[in-house]
Design a protein around this ligand. Structure first.
Ligand SMILES: Nc1ncnc2c1ncn2[C@@H]1O[C@H](COP(=O)(O)OP(=O)(O)OP(=O)(O)O)[C@@H](O)[C@H]1O
Ligand SMILES: [Mg+2]
Length: 235
């Protein structure tokens, strides 16, 4: 029996018939501003507050102070959880820049991420973004090996992970390299859709291994209570 853990985004948990399988790695894909970071933060803070699960947010794209400042308007944000190390926000942009000066090896980066997670004892993880790491790995073979190995290692650590994938706007692909989605256990796609001059955000669960889930497209709203979804079309 697969154990499902709630993301804390009620409508997403309903689409997933309960939540995400524990220990799975999920690709959260979307272009800029589609809500990837806020969705991942909502997932981590819910886990820490309601499920007593330590969360770690590994940033390769934004500095820690900015991430915290952007969290302040949201009701799910609780600075105490950060003070108590129930939520760790780790900015490895500096480290990433440093290691980019050296030839980056798949094993090197996997060991670095796995040891960060092991030391933090996290059960929920977000890597923002996997695209930033893939960009520095070069060949498709390296990228495939990296994602496969990382998913495996995180599975051993019993972590449920959101890998953020950055794609160009209006892209039909789920990832830049086209391999990430095959290796991840799940794919959640955030898109934008222009209607009467307004950019509407949407979410769709593309796949989730082990779960009988809905693939119904949802309108995604960013509110003070985090992510809220409603069906785009009534069935
Ligand atoms: N407090 C807020 N209330 C409502 N909407 C907000 C709030 N803060 C930010 N937003 C909206 O959310 C968007 C950013 O969301 P988020 O950072 O999750 O996107 P992202 O997909 O991670 O983008 P990127 O690819 O640039 O990292 C902003 O562009 C803004 O439209
Ligand atoms: Mg982001």
């Amino acid at each position: 029996m697969v154990e499902l853990i709630k993301t804390g985004i009620n409508e997403l948990d309903d689409l997933l018939s309960g939540g995400v399988p524990r220990g799975s790695s999920v690709l959260l894909s979307g272009s800029c501003g589609t809500g990837k970071t806020i969705l991942a933060e909502h997932f981590l803070f819910y886990g820490a507050k309601e499920a007593d699960e330590i969360g770690i947010y590994i940033s390769l794209s934004e500095p820690r102070d900015k991430i915290i400042a952007n969290l302040e308007p949201f009701s799910f944000y609780d600075p105490k959880l950060v003070e108590e190390d129930k939520i760790k926000i780790l900015d490895i942009t500096q480290d990433a820049r440093l290691i980019n000066l050296e030839p980056l090896t798949v094993n090197g980066i996997i060991n670095m991420i796995s040891s960060i997670i092991r030391d933090s004892e996290a059960q929920r993880v977000c890597v923002d973004s996997i695209t930033a790491i893939c960009n520095s790995l070069g060949s498709e073979k390296n990228i495939r090996e990296f994602i496969f190995e990382l998913g495996l290692q995180l599975g051993y650590l019993d972590c449920t992970t959101l890998f953020i994938s950055e794609i160009p706007p209006m892209s039909l692909q789920y990832s830049v390299y086209g391999v990430e989605e095959f290796i991840a256990d799940g794919v959640i796609m955030l898109r934008e859709h222009e209607d009467k001059g307004e950019l509407i955000r949407t979410l769709q669960v593309v796949k989730m291994r082990g779960v009988a889930h809905s693939r119904n497209k949802q309108i995604l709203q960013i509110t003070k209570d985090g992510i809220v979804l409603k069906p785009m079309f009534e069935l």
